[in-house]
Design a protein around this ligand. Structure first.
Ligand SMILES: [Zn+2]
Ligand SMILES: [Zn+2]
Length: 90
């Protein structure tokens, strides 16, 4: 038996989330990110490769975040990603 890191079950692809205009991170709560740019559905970001490198929050509002190992997307909640990996805090 192998011990695997506990992975949350990813939310459905039509789950709505807010995206940060500053750093491109997504969160289910508008107060989870520093500058709300708009709303996306999960299928719009996770599963497609990110063109931008994963970044920390410039305003340090949401320092605790996860990066998707598969597509490089960043989210505040791990269940918004398909292969979440905790990012080091700045
Ligand atoms: Zn992904
Ligand atoms: Zn931000």
């Amino acid at each position: 038996m192998t011990e695997k890191a506990e992975r949350p079950i990813p939310l459905p692809r039509d789950t709505r989330a807010f995206v940060c205009a500053q750093c491109g991170a997504v969160s289910q709560r508008p107060d989870g990110i520093c500058q709300v740019q708009g709303r996306l559905i999960r299928g719009d970001w996770c599963g497609t490769n990110s063109i931008e490198p994963a970044r920390g929050c410039e305003n340090r509002i949401h320092n605790l975040r996860f990066k998707c190992e598969k597509c490089g997307r960043v989210a505040v909640e791990s269940e918004l990603l398909c292969e979440p990996e905790k990012m080091p805090e700045p």
